[in-house]
Design a protein around this ligand. Structure first.
Ligand SMILES: [Cu+2]
Length: 194
């Protein structure tokens, strides 16, 4: 009887455990040719199953010393982005590409927002300062990472499976790698050029 109880508990535990999927991380280094820095490359999983939660805090793009900060912002489709102006001069914000909008021109404390409901690439521009440029890149799932100044990226909490891992950059050509994600960390490096 004791033995039966033990095996029942074991079966129950195994069933419970098999229902839980442990996620893994993907990380790597991007080398670039033909641009000043490997910063600002987005590495992302093209297709993943599931329904995804929007971030609790809306990401933001600020305007500081006539520069959009950050210059590249990857988001999950449906995310609302706040647009700020920390400068004392007038700025305008408008978007062109897979989503188009114009927030008008303002200075001071006003915060404007836009919800990105279309997967794709939107260039963020300012009609007061033509040299100002940023990108909001909109993805179907939250499995993306952005490179830092050294070209390092990490994508966290990816469910185990086989995927196509792709790169996005405003100038460099996109590349794809087949990747298998396990419960541990999987490495994937890229060498990108124009
Ligand atoms: Cu401006």
């Amino acid at each position: 009887m004791k033995r039966l109880l033990k095996s029942c508990i074991l079966v129950a535990l195994l069933t419970l455990c098999s229902g839980v999927t442990f996620a893994g991380n993907i990380k790597g280094k991007i080398a670039t040719r033909g641009v000043k820095s490997p910063e600002g490359v987005v590495v992302y999983i093209e297709k993943a199953k599931g329904s995804f939660k929007l971030p609790q805090k809306n990401p933001r793009i600020d305007q500081v010393n006539l520069v959009f900060v950050p210059r590249v912002l990857p988001v999950l489709v449906g995310t609302t982005v706040g647009f700020y102006n920390s400068d004392t001069v007038l700025h305008n914000v408008f978007g062109v590409g897979d989503d188009e909008f114009d927030m008008g021109t303002w200075k001071g404390d006003k915060i404007d927002t836009h919800t990105f409901n279309t997967v794709g690439e939107v260039a963020i521009l300012c009609n007061v300062h033509p040299e100002m440029e940023a990108y909001v890149v909109v993805f179907e799932n939250p499995y993306f990472g952005l490179t830092d100044k050294e070209g390092n990226y990490v994508i966290k909490n990816v469910p185990p499976g086989n995927y196509k891992l792709k790169t996005w950059h405003d100038i460099l050509r996109s590349q794809t790698q087949d990747i298998h994600v396990s419960q541990e960390t999987t490495s994937a490096d890229f060498k990108l050029k124009r």
